[in-house]
Design a binder for this molecule. Structure first.
Ligand code: E4P
Length: 216
């Protein structure tokens, strides 16, 4: 499973990248706004900076909802750097735009996936990635992991090339379960990634080894 970090924060991207396990970055308008990135020039520059930091797929989200404007915006984002993947919302105009991008060699990440039907449509349109938001599904009292399992089963049966990008991840356990459920990629904030490192027996074991090392 590939690891993407879900942030527009450059310090966190750097820290995850230095771990040596990072395959890409996802952003969204909320994450960009949180970092105070405003205006098209600043947005484009931020994407370029991320692309120069991380050798992997960098999702940049379109901010429009009509086919023609999504295509125009996506073409400009894709032209910023070869690593850019255009993030398109799961709406009717978005599906049409994903098909256009597919036919024109531009890679896409279909975002805001909350059902298997939406995942099938995006895969049929040729999306490179689909992003089911498992944390938000859990937040609303449903089971996000069940959706990942269902999509993984359908994509395997149908031999779709589209990769399942488990998004809206909230905990280390989400990452483990997404890997087990068949997600090709997980995207999450830095904290759940670092959470995977932790085990009290590791800490106790290391303290004992370091103590005994003094007797060597
Ligand atoms: C990633 O592509 C999504 O935009 C992101 O994972 C959403 O996460 P959230 O539900 O924590 O906002």
């Amino acid at each position: 499973m590939k690891f993407f970090i879900d942030t527009a924060n450059l310090a966190q991207i750097k820290e995850a990248n230095e771990l040596g396990i990072l395959d890409g970055v996802t952003t969204n308008p909320s994450l960009m706004a949180k970092e105070g990135i405003r205006g098209q020039e600043a947005i484009n520059q931020h994407y370029k900076t991320i692309c120069e930091m991380v050798d992997g797929d960098i999702s940049a989200e379109v901010l429009t909802t009509e086919f023609a404007t999504i295509v125009e915006e996506g073409k400009k984002l894709a032209a910023l750097h070869p690593n850019i993947v255009v993030k398109v919302p799961m709406i009717k105009e978005g599906v049409k735009a994903i098909k256009w991008f597919t036919d024109n060699g531009i890679r896409t990440n279909c975002t805001l996936i909350f059902s298997a039907g939406q995942a099938i449509l995006a895969a049929k349109a040729g999306a490179t990635y689909i992003s089911p938001f498992l944390g938000r599904i859990d937040d609303s009292g449903w089971d996000g992991m069940q959706l990942i399992e269902q999509i993984a089963q359908i994509f395997a049966i149908q031999q779709y090339k589209t990769e399942i990008l488990a998004a809206s991840i909230r905990s280390p356990n989400h990452i483990i379960q997404a890997a087990q459920a068949g997600a090709h990629v997980c995207t999450c904030p830095l904290e759940p990634i670092l959470g995977l490192l932790k085990h009290p027996l590791t800490d106790i074991g290391l303290a004992k080894f370091l103590e005994d090392a003094k007797k060597m």
